[in-house]
Write a protein that binds this ligand. Structure first.
Ligand SMILES: NC(=O)CCC(=O)C(=O)O
Length: 312
């Protein structure tokens, strides 16, 4: 079980204590991940600096940017994320956030905690302080002849949805495979998220079929901005990554995207578009709550599902 004071309790739908801007530039840093952690840290720092130089106020890194997506590297590169001193990644992200006065959704890295490992995303505010931690709730286990992968062999699933108030809006966090679970995004919308960010690393087969589809579906269904940020494709790695980081508006319009090479996607976000979509298509007024009661028990279902993943 994984949760943090920073990510709990989730804010109530109507309350937002921070002054926040609703128009800003977001940067999705689709970086090349190598087998050398120090190089990855340097590359990530340089990309974040470059994105900040281009005026972005919210910077996003991909899933597993400190190491390739493999069991061997997860174990080698895992860090304790509770203290700045014990994590190179934490230290670097916190420093860049405070020196550039920006918000960073720090992709994900393997977190070591209480004898277990989690696939964890840290969010930093412009003061460099950790604002939230989200551990991937739906681990990527798939079974395909010759190409199976069981993320749950390395990681324990998180059991806590994460919504965080930042100076660039209320943000829901998911990690990669979490995007396939619409109920998580619905919960974030219910909690008043303006934007949902998924650091991800889809593979070549499901990436081609589903990456864009899932991103657009989460945005349209929930009338929120959705951003997905991947490492670039590394053909030398055993898990070949799809890439194609992108950001989609609540209307389904793609605001920015890239192909599979190393690149930074910079795009304008304006939360007035959330309001406009909700006026044009007032879907919330049409919810048939009596008929779809299962939505009331989402949190409980998350907890039960996460337990069954970690037990199997
Ligand atoms: N890293 C992941 O969670 C991969 C998810 C994926 O490729 C999928 O199809 O889902």
């Amino acid at each position: 079980m994984e949760s943090t004071a920073a990510s709990k309790p989730s804010p109530a739908k109507s309350e937002c204590l921070l002054p926040r801007i609703s128009q800003f530039k977001i940067a999705l840093c689709q970086l090349l991940v190598t087998t050398d952690k120090d190089i990855n840290l340097d590359r990530a720092r340089n990309m974040l600096e470059e994105a900040a130089n281009k005026g972005a106020k919210l910077l996003v890194l991909p899933e597993m940017w400190v190491c390739p997506y493999s069991h061997e590297h997860f174990t080698k590169c895992a860090e304790e994320l509770d203290k700045e001193e014990s994590s190179q990644a934490f230290h670097m992200l916190s420093k860049v956030a405070s020196s550039r006065k920006i918000t960073i959704v720090g992709g994900s890295i393997p977190e070591r905690k209480n004898g277990r490992m989690y696939n964890t995303c840290c969010v930093f505010g412009p003061d460099g302080k950790l604002k939230a931690k989200h551990s991937k709730m739906h681990l990527f286990d798939y079974y395909e002849p010759g190409a199976s992968f069981k993320e749950s062999d390395s990681f324990t699933a998180g059991d806590t949805p994460t919504v965080v108030d930042t100076d660039v809006g209320r943000i829901g966090i998911g990690i990669c495979h979490d995007i396939r679970f619409p109920e998580l995004a619905m919960l974030y919308r219910e909690k008043g998220a303006d934007l949902i960010v998924y650091p991800g690393a889809f593979n070549m087969s499901t990436g081609k079929m589903l990456w864009e589809l899932e991103t657009k579906a989460r945005a349209i269904d929930n009338q929120v901005f959705v951003a997905v940020c991947s490492p670039c494709r590394d053909s030398a790695g055993s898990y070949t990554i799809w890439g194609h980081s992108m950001i989609v508006a609540p209307s389904g319009e793609t605001k920015g995207r890239t192909e599979h090479e190393e690149n930074i996607v910079i795009a304008d976000v304006d939360y007035a578009e959330n309001r406009l979509q909700r006026e044009l298509f007032p879907k919330l007024n049409q919810h048939m709550e009596d008929l779809f009661k299962f939505l009331d028990t989402e949190q409980l279902k998350f907890a039960n599902y996460a337990k069954s993943c970690s037990a199997s």
